[in-house]
Design a protein around this ligand. Structure first.
Ligand code: ARG
Length: 582
């Protein structure tokens, strides 16, 4: 149930009832304080101004019309106009109870399936032959949380891992592979070292560089052996990356790989088309598109090269082709890109060309869900002590080691196997959550201590709340017998805390919708943190199993059970695992 939308519709209806027709959308948001009700309308201020009516008077008329509407009255106990023109909406207890009961009985927890769109999501996208480092973490996990959320809402999602598997660097790598093959060792267990050695040799040894360049040409011409070596490099590299994905619990598989090389054959045709239609022009041997919206320092339109003098294509040309492909071949309704903020201008320019050429129609959105950098505690880019990049595999190992230490101190009674599993869930969960819980558009400070804390907006805190509820329900099953099949008739409120918890539980759907729209999992983190905190408050102040009245025990257990399900489903949409006990 999307309460926000439902209420907005009713306010819209109330406006029609008082003969005020507006095409301005009405916005309703959860109230920030209990005295403001459950939801608040703040559109009357602007609307009053627009039609020359005192906003408070208008708010009062709308509130009145709302409460005259029998449909709204089933949902609302009260609508109250307050200065300077807000309308405070108070939901009816019976309505909340009814809906909470329905959510508790529903395997989707009351969340409606959306009209399915086909959404293509480009994420992770590391470069081949380099090991994944912390720089790839953000795209990988924010993208994956977004994908999981969209799928939960009922959309069809195509994951695309747009790996960097093409370019001149393959010449030097193949030249090195040739040597390695002659020595009979191409396992490439140390891919990073292999890459560095190739680069060094390329820079230092002119003979080698010559050979490397010759291999680039051969590879591009489709030479069978070069292709085979190239395949080998891509395979080895992606097999290693898959280990990171698996450990992270990221839902990417080898089938989702559509690297840059995939679009290669489409590039000549695209540049020809751009030239033929006058979108691109030739500047000597170079094909360029001039963009009026981008000006250089001299105030002239900036040019984007789509084909180099030597006939080579660029990263931008590939992104033009891939947007076209995602619409024309995959029939996407919406296309999302989880890429570093530093590539924003690149994408905007590529898409401007895409739009001008009409490759993707306006109604299909191309969205750059950008994110900032990962910084250390001193505000510098997150690096090893020696200033190198931190390997992702190493970071994950450290997370689990740290979690292991924490858990063995906190729960020494756990059996070794259980401890291991728990450390994995908590360590990986903490790293993921720390990133997901920040607004992705800003840089983010990586700090082991806060992310692994059991207090505050962290994975362990929410995982712990889940485990606590599971344990409570286990106990209840022993003393109370099985929980009722259906909760209808079970729920009732005896305190404000219970009521507030129920309202919060009903806001799960609007939270999912917000994450899906903005591609911002931090909205879900914030919601889960608030829910877990409310639950803590409720649990501390309201006896559940020790209450004398059976009906009260049952009602509270029902709330606990639904809270547990919403918390764990919420964590699942973030790609974070939920322990049975902690
Ligand atoms: N491989 C690129 C990088 O590491 C990211 C690719 C993102 N996707 C895209 N369609 N450009 O910077």
């Amino acid at each position: 149930m999307d309460i926000k939308k439902l209420l907005a519709q009713q306010v819209q209806e109330a406006l029609t009832d008082i003969q005020l027709i507006t095409d301005k959308p009405v916005t309703v948001r959860p109230a920030v304080r209990p005295e403001f009700g459950d939801y608040q309308v703040d559109s009357m201020m602007a609307l009053g101004k627009l039609c020359g009516e005192n906003p408070l008077v208008l708010a009062a008329r709308v509130a009145d019309a709302l409460m005259k509407n029998s449909h709204s009255r089933t949902m609302l106990a009260r609508a109250e106009a307050v200065a300077p023109g807000f309308i405070n909406l108070f939901l009816r207890d019976e309505w909340i109870i009814d809906l909470t009961g329905q959510a508790a009985n529903d395997e989707r927890l009351g969340v409606a399936r959306q009209n399915a769109q086909h959404i293509v999501v480009d994420y992770s996208s590391p470069n081949v032959a380099k090991e994944m480092h912390v720089g790839h973490l953000r795209s990988t996990i924010i993208g994956d949380a977004s994908v999981r959320t969209l799928e939960f809402l009922g959309h069809r999602v195509t994951r695309v891992n747009h790996i960097g598997d093409w370019g001149t660097q393959f010449g030097m790598l193949i030249a090195c592979l040739e040597i390695a093959e002659n020595q009979g060792d191409i396992s490439l267990s140390d891919l990073e070292g292999f890459y560095r050695a190739a680069k060094k040799r390329y820079d230092d040894d002119p003979g080698f560089a010559l050979k490397a360049r010759a291999y680039v040409v051969k590879l591009q011409q489709g030479d069978a052996w070069c292709r085979e070596m190239w395949r080998k490099l891509v395979d080895i590299s992606m097999t290693q990356n898959q280990q990171n994905y698996d450990r992270l619990g990221v839902s990417l598989s080898k089938d989702d790989i559509r690297g840059e090389s995939f679009y290669n054959e489409m590039l000549p045709e695209i540049v020809d088309d751009l030239l033929a239609r006058g979108i691109a022009t030739m500047d000597g041997e170079t094909a360029i598109v001039y963009l009026d919206n981008y000006r250089n320092k001299q105030g002239d339109p900036m040019g984007v090269i789509v084909r180099k003098q030597d006939g080579g294509y660029l990263y931008t040309t590939t992104d033009i082709a891939c947007a076209k492909y995602r619409y024309q071949q995959l029939h996407a309704d919406r296309i999302l890109y989880y890429i570093d903020a530093r590539q924003h201008q690149h994408l905007m320019m590529a898409w401007e060309i895409v739009r001008r050429a009409g490759y993707v129609p306006e109604q299909v959105t191309l969205e750059h869900h950008k994110f900032g950098m990962m910084l250390d505690k001193t505000g510098k880019p997150f690096k090893t002590r020696e200033g190198g990049t931190i390997r992702l595999a190493e970071l994950l190992e450290e997370a689990v080691t740290r979690a292991h230490k924490l858990v063995s101190e906190k729960s020494p009674q756990l059996a070794a196997g259980e401890l291991e599993t728990l450390a994995e869930m908590i360590g990986i969960g903490a790293v993921k959550y720390a990133d997901l819980s920040k607004n992705r558009t800003t840089d983010y400070v990586f700090d082991w201590d806060t992310m692994l804390s059991f207090e505050g907006n962290t994975a362990p805190y929410i995982q712990y709340a889940c485990a606590r509820i599971t344990s409570l329900l286990r106990k209840a099953a022993a003393t109370e017998g099985p929980l009722p099949e259906t909760f209808s008739g079970t729920l009732s409120f005896s305190t404000e805390t219970e009521r507030a918890l129920a309202v919060k539980l009903l806001q799960f759907e609007e939270t999912l919708l917000a994450v899906a729209k903005e591609g911002m999992p931090n909205i879900m983190c914030h919601y889960l943190f608030e829910l877990a905190s409310m639950f803590s408050g409720f649990y501390a102040s309201s006896p559940v199993l020790t209450h004398q009245e059976r009906s009260r025990r049952q009602s509270r257990l029902a709330l606990c059970a639904l809270t547990g399900k919403v918390l764990s489903t919420g964590l699942e949409t973030l790609g974070i695992r939920v322990p049975e006990r902690m």
